[in-house]
Ligand binder design. Sequence first.
Ligand code: G4P
Length: 331
Amino acid sequence: MAIQWFPGHMHLTRKAIEERIKDIDVVIEMLDARLPGSSANPMLAELTRQKPALKVINKQDLADPVCTAMWLAHYNATPGVQALALDASVAAPVRALVAACHALAPQRGGMAKPMRVLICGIPNVGKSTLINTLKGKRAAKTGDEAGVTKLEQRITIADDFYLYDTPGVLWPRIIVAKSGYNLAASGAIGRNAFNEEEVALELLDYLRQRYAGALEARYKITGVADSTDEALLDAIGRKRGALQSGGKVNLNKAAEIVIHDFRQGSLGRISLEQPQEFAQWLAIGQKLDAERQIKKDAIEQARLIRLKKIPRPQLEREPRNRDDADDEVSD
Ligand code: G4P
């Protein structure tokens, strides 16, 4: 799937994190509970490797609780990492986050050594909502359109607890194909950067296998597990009256309905990935990426060899003697 966005945001954020990271005690990475693997920024892991990490698995109210428990166990088994599942708008559990930061950096606290926390996450993951909840008032802007950036800002949560916000960004190349679709379905990618029908078909492919009952209940259809993705999208469009002239289903409209229902939680609590299956997708993605890189290197090498083989006079088209020069003029 061709997903395009402006990489300038990514470069600025990378720079902001690089400059800030040395004075940071804990890095909070917000993940979308419905797609924790795909919403984790690989660039961040590389930039913040040495710092204690708190993974906040947000929007847990929309995700399958069984899958969220799997992800929590997965992250909590990683040294130097702690994970919490949250609904960013609910205040009491959000305060557990402050306690988790103190547990990860026990040497910090008090006015002399305030806790300094960097918060990162993809667009729309719920960073502003979490910050607002922590502050108890509207400290950062929330919105519904992916890709809106803001400059880094320091938010004082308590006299000895500072939060540094970073713009929500995506990385330039997503090597796990499934991640591109899941990010698009979740709302992390601006709607102009993907094809809704393609994303809805991928979404239905997963839901059909894992949450057939939820689809049947929502759209009042049967035989979902044995259907094809295309037939399913068609059936949903028909049921929901997404028709065009001549009675054909408007597949784009049907796709919008499916994606909207998933985002709103109207299909129930759904997760699009589990730790083990994500690890498999990642391994396949990394292998394909390595193969692509080898091919790219080979093409570049061939180009260089080819260039070296071309004799200089031919390249510059210099006349070798007076007669040749006259020939060229008379031609
Ligand atoms: P961002 O700063 O990371 O870009 O995300 P932001 O807080 O703006 O949140 C994006 C959307 O996700 C908002 O919805 C917000 O309400 C919703 N959201 C954030 N955290 C949670 C959560 O834990 N559970 C659920 N269900 N939703 C969450 P919106 O429709 O775009 O805006 P609005 O409803 O706030 O007006």
